[in-house]
Ligand binder design. Structure first.
Ligand code: C2R
Length: 166
């Protein structure tokens, strides 16, 4: 990890990477350094404890945690750190229909929030992490505003194409 790395992307299994890569890609697009790895509350509880406990001291400001099925990783990590945790429900091979993961991450008890994005919405998790960091980073504010301006332009282009019958 470089000294400028502020976002940690973790996931319960390597099999989540095809979803979680979207968070990494949008952070790179926005100019945010990140680290990415596998941490499982179920399979590697000791690793999860040490990773979550050390994250803030290593300079991490936001943790993005994705997991599928009985997704305890985001909530357990949130219970071990004061850092904001963004949870990504993953529709994994062991998921019934995605709801198991959504509800495991979303329905946290009072006191231990996890900011839960939509199913497989790792891109939104990356954008939200950048928005959190931008409250103390003017350079990021500009990148985010450019990003949103691009979204607006794409919609306006689509609208024009549709209206013109292209
Ligand atoms: P495998 O493909 O490795 O069997 O994993 C992973 O996030 C993945 O979506 C299947 C699914 O199990 C999930 N998993 C969790 C946790 N650890 C692994 N939900 C956890 O600690 O919450």
């Amino acid at each position: 990890m470089s000294t400028t790395t502020k976002v940690a992307i973790i996931m319960g299994s390597k099999s989540d990477l095809s979803v979680m890569q979207d968070a990494a890609d949008v952070l790179a697009e926005l100019g945010v350094d990140y680290e990415i790895t596998v941490v499982s509350a179920h399979r590697t509880p000791d690793r999860m404890f040490s990773y979550a406990r050390a994250a803030a001291d290593r300079g991490i400001k936001v943790i993005i945690a994705g997991a599928g099925g009985a997704a305890h990783l985001p909530g357990m990590v949130a219970s071990l750190t004061h850092l904001p945790v963004i949870g990504v429900p993953v529709k994994s091979s062991n998921s019934i229909d995605g709801w198991d993961s959504i509800l495991s991450i979303l329905q946290m008890p009072n006191g231990i929030p996890v900011a839960t994005v939509a199913l497989n919405a790792a891109k939104n998790a990356g954008i939200l992490a950048a928005q959190i960091l931008s409250t103390a980073d003017e350079y990021l504010v500009k990148n985010l505003m450019d990003f949103k301006e691009n979204l607006k332009k794409k919609v306006e282009e689509s609208a024009k194409e549709m209206e013109d019958g292209d």
